[in-house]
Structure formats: C-alpha cells, structure tokens
Design a protein around this ligand. Sequence first.
Ligand code: G3I
Length: 392
Amino acid sequence: MYKHIFMSRRHALWLGFGTLASIGAFAKNKVMSGENQTQVLETVKRDFRVVGKASLKERAAAKGLIYGVAIRSHNLLSDQKLAALIAQECGMIVPEWELKWHVGNKPLRPQPDAFDFSVADRMVKFGRNHGMLVRGHTLVWHESLPPWFQETVNRQNAEQFLTQHIKTVVKRYAGKMHSWDVVNEAIEVDDGKPHGMRSTPWWELLGPNYIDLAFRVAADADPKALLVYNDYGLDYDTPQHEAKRTAVLKLLERLKSQGTPIHAFGTQAHLSADESRFHPRKLRKFFSDVADLGLKIIITEMDVKEQKLPADIQVRDRTIAAVYEDYLSTALDEPAVIAVLTWGLSDRYTWLSEFRPRPDRLPVRPLPFDAGMNRKLAWNAIARAFDTAPKR
Ligand code: G3I
C-alpha cells in the first residue's frame, strides 16, 4: 500500500540500480535519445509523496473539482471490494457501456422499437444511493450501434431515430444526470471530410447538422444536464493531435456561433507512457482556447497505456504516475476544468487489458489501483495534482 513514498535506503538503492538496469535495457532496445533517457531518469527520481489520508474524492472536492470513474455493471455487482472503493474514492460515476445503444448481451436498444433500461437504472441508482453524481455516455456515437441499425435506419427515418433515442433516454434520467456526452468522437481529420468531420453513419445519413440537432433535443429533454461534446487524440505535440485540436476547436466555435446548447467539452485523455511528445504549453493553450468559448472542460476517460515500457513494475508505475502528474498539473491549471474521470479505478477492470495489451502479455497497470485494489503511484500522482490545483 503506497501510503507515503518513504523508501528505506536499501530499497531506494535497489530501486535505483534496478531502474538503471531497466533503463539500460529500455534504452538499448528503444535506442532512446539522451533527452528521453533524462526524462526516464527524472521519473525514477521523482518523489510522489502525498500528505494526509484524504481520498481522491475529498482532495478534488477541496478544490471545487470532481473525481470520478467509469464503471461496468457486471463488475460493480460482482465485486463488493470495487464497489466499496468506488464509494470511498469517487464523487462521480459514468457507466462504461450501459448507456450506449448496444453493448454486450443486455443492450439498451435490443430492437428498433424497444429500450431496456434495466442495467442502466441499476447504475444510476448505485450512484445516487452513494451520493455520487452520474454522467451519461454516450447518446450519439459511430460505435456500439445495434446489429439492426444498418438495415433499419435510413435517410428518411434517421432524424426520427436520433430524436426518439435522445428524448427517451435523456427524459428518463432528467434531473438526475450531472452531464451527458451528447456526441462522441465526431472528428476524424484522416477521413478527409469538410471541417475534419468523421464519416459516421449519422454524418452520412443526416449531414453535419446532426450534432446541433442532438444537442437541441437533449437540452429540451433535460434542461439541467451539462451537455458535452467528447473526443480523444488531443493530448500530444504530434501533427495528428495538433490537426485534431484545430478541427475540434473549430467545431466548438461553429456550434457556439450557431447557438447550439453545448455547455462543456470532454477530452478523453487516453494517454500513453510510450509517447514522449508531451508539450504542456500547447495543451494549456488548447484548454484556454476552449474555455474562451465559454465552455467548461471535463477530463472524461483518463488512463495511461504502457505497451513499450520495460517489465519492471517499479519503473512502469513511476513512469505512468509521472504521465498522470504532468498532464493533470497542466490541465487543472485551467479553471474551466471541473472534473477528472479515469476510465476505471482498478487495473483489475480496464478496457486496455483486452484492447491495448502489452506485447509481453504482462497485466497492464494503467489506473490508480492495482488488480489487488491497492493504491499505486498513479493514485499519488492524481492526489498531488488535486492538492496543488488552484481552487475553483
Ligand atoms: O459484457 C459483455 C459480455 O457479456 C459478452 O459476452 C461480450 C461479447 O461481446 O461482450 C461484453 O461486452 C463488451 C463490453 O466492452 C464489456 O465491458 C463489449 O463486447 C465491448 O465492445 C465493450 O467495449 C467497450 C467499448 O468502449 C465499446 O463500447 C469498452 O469496454 C469501453 O471501455 C470502450 O470505451 C470507449 C468509450 O466509450 C469512448 N472512448 C474510447 C473508449 C475506449 O475504447
């Protein structure tokens, strides 16, 4: 349990030598540049000490922020330790798939004329019974669409399907939702469409105005919920991320200029410990530009994948913790940021295990708690970022 990172001298020396050996190996097979090697050495030396015993929920709340997690119903219902930890550490939850159109074997939309809220209702009830805020994810996306979608939805009825889905789902939880990811991942510059729009079924069927329509229907269905545009791939100083930040910013500007009822921007922050091109000033400028539109910002799905780090757990945990701390200390400097959610709480349940596994098949370690539900340095890094963030 990492309560405080006070290591015995022996442990520190062991870690130092072990880490240097790992860096040597890492450098050798990665042919790391001097700057990267310095960066990893810096990470090794970093002190992720935290003061006090407050939870992430309490540390966030002390600064007027919210900390939350994505959770899956089947894990929540089967794992009491996880449920207790979520109640202890989190001020907000978001169902990882239960409010999407169609995931798994108990989907929200089993048929074109049917809704099954049984699983989603349990999630919303769990949140509210534990005094947590709940956010909805996601009303309009190009993934997790039902098997019946393609042969049923067409240009003539697409608006009716979109409107009915949003109205029915949002009205059911009206007044209970902190926020909704109304539209998810609508920008894909590589699709070559105008304004960098992603060629999604909704874009193909309804044109670019599907976004404005979705927000207007959601606003009418629940005037209290914060309505969010959510996207990913906006974090690093790479040509792809820079192009996407530009396209997303222009989309938000267009929506605001046409009076679309959008209140916040969600940046998913699926980060990578293998990516060294992190440029705090560029990220801070992007957050500032979004805030200048009058939008709040939510870090909606934060985690850190680590497919290329050496096998040494100490090196991995320190490097991952440094990624959390560097990103959050930059992001939380922007007062418009109101919440941070990690995409899961424990390494026992992370999408990365299945979708971004390590080549050496070692269990991934992207989240604040390990698979044994013990705090990791990533927890310390998030705690430190909340502790040093300006108060809202
Ligand atoms: O639980 C069922 C299981 O009962 C069934 O046997 C199995 C058969 O396919 O499916 C299981 O459901 C899977 C579900 O994750 C379980 O959590 C789905 O197949 C699988 O598609 C689903 O993947 C989710 C993915 O979105 C697609 O909806 C991931 O968990 C989830 O982490 C991921 O989250 C997305 C965000 O919504 C948007 N941003 C990116 C993020 C990561 O891809």
